[in-house]
Design a protein around this ligand. Structure first.
Ligand code: ZN
Length: 301
């Protein structure tokens, strides 16, 4: 199989693993896809078993105020996805139904719902940390659906997908050491599944000309790492895991202090679960029952 987007997409569809919706980057997953995803997520749980992380789950919508405070619109306005709702009267409703029937625009009859779709799995955690952390800081574990407005025919670029994410808050040493431990763990996990993974310094897709400066600062300071695997291209491997060191960005914003009263630091790491599945399908084939025994025995134990 060549490394290209169309071959992978068509293979996933032909084998029933993904179910197209008619909108780019939005598709269903079948039971086989979901089982691989759950099994891989289970392997992460096993690695994290003795870390003492606090599990949390938030709905896939984020209060608009938290969204604004987090600075997402400064950095990635092009990826943000909002939620609107009809809030009009009976006459407006008649007009709404008429316009839909006549295929006319009706966005002026919709109003912001006060929430945004969750852009990153860790965002709901930071406001909950406002105040003073216990000695040693805190560690969180969550699996969330996240949303990016980047419609694409490329299967690894989805408008919504799941991320298994951990967040560490504490002293700079604690946070960096934790990040480095997971960088090694993540790489080892993916290599053990016989995927040609490697880690590299990375940057976020900051918006606009000012964004290029932010991205180059981020690279220079090594604030972001990714574990990448060739999935649709050898030259441009796909990021399946990302490690972000925020320094005191969220602590300043939400007032998060260490036990000694100093400003805390935070870092997060996330596994893109669908992307890991696609990497497995690309490298080992579309039928998990035919995967190498060594890979199967890791996932199905
Ligand atoms: Zn995060």
């Amino acid at each position: 199989m060549p490394f290209d987007s169309t071959t992978l997409y068509e293979g996933l569809v032909a084998n029933g693993l993904i179910i197209p919706s008619g909108v780019q980057g939005v598709f269903g997953r079948n039971a086989v896809f979901e089982e691989v995803l759950e099994r891989f997520n289970g392997l992460i749980s096993r690695l994290a078993l003795n870390d003492g992380a606090e599990k949390m789950t938030f709905p896939p919508i984020l209060p608009r105020q938290v969204f604004e405070q987090s600075g997402y619109m400064k950095s990635f306005p092009q990826l943000a996805m909002g939620v609107t709702s009809f809030c009009g009267c009976a006459a407006d409703h008649g007009e709404l139904v008429r316009r839909i029937e006549e295929s006319e625009p009706y966005d002026d009859l919709m109003a912001p719902a006060g929430v945004m779709l969750m852009p990153a799995a860790c965002y709901p955690v930071y406001p909950s940390l406002a105040g003073t952390l216990p000695h040693g800081g805190r560690l969180f574990d969550m699996t969330h659906w996240v949303f990016r407005h980047e419609p694409s025919s490329e299967p690894t670029r989805m408008q919504s997908f799941r991320v298994r994410e951990f967040v560490r808050a504490g002293s700079p040493e604690t946070v960096i050491q934790w990040r480095d431990t997971w960088l090694a763990r993540g790489l080892e996990l993916l290599l053990s599944l016989e995927l040609p993974a490697r880690s590299e310094v990375a940057s976020d897709p900051f918006f606009g000309r000012g964004g290029r400066m932010l991205a180059s600062n981020q690279r220079e300071q090594k604030l972001k790492f990714e574990v990448v695997i060739p999935v649709i291209s050898i030259e441009n491997p796909t990021a399946v895991c990302s490690f972000n060191y925020h320094q005191d960005h969220f602590s300043q914003t939400f007032g998060i202090l260490q036990a000694d009263g100093q400003l805390a630091q935070t870092a997060c790491l996330g596994f893109g679960l669908e992307r890991v599945c696609m990497a497995l399908f690309r490298h080992h084939g579309f039928r998990p029952e035919l995967w190498p025994q060594s890979v199967r025995s890791l996932l199905w134990t």
